[in-house]
Design a protein around this ligand. Sequence first.
Ligand code: NAP
Length: 244
Amino acid sequence: MRKCALVTGSSRGIGRAVAIQLAREGWPVCINYIQHRDAAENLVRQLRSEGYSAIAIQADVADRQAVNAMVAAAETQLGPVELLVNNAGVAGQALFQDVTDEMWDRYMGVNLGGARNTIQAVLPHMLSEKRGCIVNVSSMWGLRGASCEVTYSCTKAALIALTRSLALELAPSHIRVNCVAPGVINTDMVQVLGQDVLDELAVQTPLGRLGTPEDIAHAVSFFASEKASFITGQVLTADGGFIV
Ligand code: NAP
């Protein structure tokens, strides 16, 4: 039967690793991006050259109409979305008193509103088939406070609440909703911290290193697999022991 996986924000970083992992596990994948078209199209080329099915679609996940159009295009080209990975996210640091309305609204709009938009776009098919799997990418900062990242932490904590509540609501329809909470993962997102801070964060991580995008892809892959068929509403922290 035709079906596909949609991974938001998969032109780079964690989402890219998730898309590669899922493609290698047999999922036709829709790669979503907002800006880096070349990166997304290169990934599509790479996956197709390996014999996998992939397309790339530009959409700002904060824009409901763009998300609806992306899901419609993915379903036409690849098949209904049966696996949704809400990974697209924005982050940045600011003292709370300096947080502007624009920053607050944008972070909420992308990190939390993006998940709302994509889930509501894919649900009609999942509900009619009574099957589907949703994995939200939160952060360990959604479980623990982060100084100068109040806005980001709020969005990521909200994603955890979304995961738990929606898991209960959708369980009777056999749709599972889970969440991965990464620690510090070595992607473009954290380069703004500078190498000295990243080295210090690696030292502070009990397993002694930063995470890789593949570390998170493995956690997402587990939730997406049959091995997790009795697991819903859960948060899997993949952080090298940072917040134990
Ligand atoms: P990244 O390297 O900055 O990549 C972000 C990805 O999201 C890119 O593919 C980007 O597309 C896409 N994106 C950004 N805004 C978007 C929007 N409005 N609509 C659609 N796509 C959008 O980030 P990352 O480190 O891989 O992080 C991925 C997720 O993991 C995020 O939700 C982040 O909060 C979470 N996370 C990361 C860490 C970490 O340490 N890296 C830790 C915990 C949680 P373009 O390429 O087109 O810009």
